[in-house]
Ligand binder design. Structure first.
Ligand code: F6R
Length: 299
């Protein structure tokens, strides 16, 4: 079922079609965020009509700050980019543009207001639709992505529950955009971001795991110690719908960027570092090298 055969033909990826997950560990969160921003900028530069899947959350704030800097420096042009965000809360008051807790507000605030993207080309699931129109809004979101020709690269974070998007444990790997009820773990993770924690909605509209897997490329970023256990379970544990992020193991073109803290529980992190240091596809992304020859001590 995934990935669909036709996507192999459609892959337009400057790094080529990959058959295994690339795991890149940078020493610090700042370096991991910068590397993630560079991967995104390079992908856009290689294909200006890029369909970019975006994520929100604390992990992404500095990625977007870096992209804003690159855009202002003329290093990346968003003018023809079409974006699709993963998710939006359901049950917030007012409008998506004005409510400071909405993911539309987050995206405008951190990225869209500061780069030359055409806001009409930016899409966020309509969690603000009236209750009886939510299902139709979710279906319409799927159609918009399909009409655009599918998402070229989906940026992902990972929640403490193992969610990608808001696909909480037990989300079907073939799930599509829909309204979900959030878990206690996610409430504990995100409610401190609300002025009054009890104001955090308990529902959200999210792309499904299946929707994410349909993206031609996946780019997951995780940083800091609090993610170390769930990152290890997601990347090295068995594939299970109890941890939605394990679905990345089923994708043929997934890149995971971590800082040393988030990678600290990975059993094979030395192997990933060795592969990254010696893979010609990642040559341009290596930290400056002092000597030539095989690099055995990648950070
Ligand atoms: C956000 C999203 C979530 C977050 C995850 C991590 O659009 O879909 O999956 O990526 O909850 O959030 P932070 O980065 O705040 O730890």
């Amino acid at each position: 079922m995934f990935p669909r055969d036709k996507k192999h033909e459609q892959t337009n990826n400057p790094l080529g079609v990959r058959k295994e997950m690339d795991i890149i560990v940078m020493p610090t969160a700042a370096e991991a965020e910068l590397l993630t921003a560079r991967i995104i900028a390079d992908a856009i530069n290689a294909k200006p009509f890029y369909k970019l899947g975006l994520a929100t959350g604390r992990t992404m704030e500095n990625v977007y700050a870096q992209l804003v800097k690159m855009n202002k420096a003329g290093k990346v042009d968003f003018s023809r980019v079409i974006s699709f965000n993963l998710d939006e809360y359901v049950g917030l008051k007012g409008t998506a543009e004005k409510n400071k807790d909405s993911y539309r507000y987050f995206m405008n605030y951190h990225l869209f207001n500061h780069v030359n993207i055409d806001k009409r080309n930016t899409h966020v699931p309509n969690g603000f639709a009236p209750e009886d129109e939510l299902e139709a809004a979710a279906a319409a979101y799927e159609e918009e992505m399909e009409d655009a020709g599918g998402v070229d690269m989906q940026l992902l974070g990972i929640g403490r529950s193992g969610h990608i998007g808001f696909n909480e444990p037990m989300s079907s790997f073939s799930s599509r955009t829909r309204v979900v009820t959030l878990t206690k773990t996610t409430f504990e993770q995100n409610s401190p971001l609300f002025k009054k924690p009890e104001d955090m909605p308990m529902r959200a509209m999210t792309m499904g795991v299946g929707t994410c897997l349909d993206a031609k490329r996946l780019l997951l970023l995780a940083t800091h110690k609090e993610k170390a256990n769930i990152v290890a379970a997601a990347l090295e544990g068995p594939v299970t719908s109890m941890i939605s992020a394990t679905a990345l193991q089923l994708h043929d073109n997934a890149v995971v960027v971590l800082d040393a803290d988030a990678a600290s529980k990975l059993k094979y992190r030395d192997e990933y570092a060795f592969q990254f240091a010696n893979d010609p596809k990642w040559a341009a992304y290596q930290p400056a090298r002092k000597s030539s020859g095989r690099k055995t001590k990648a950070k």
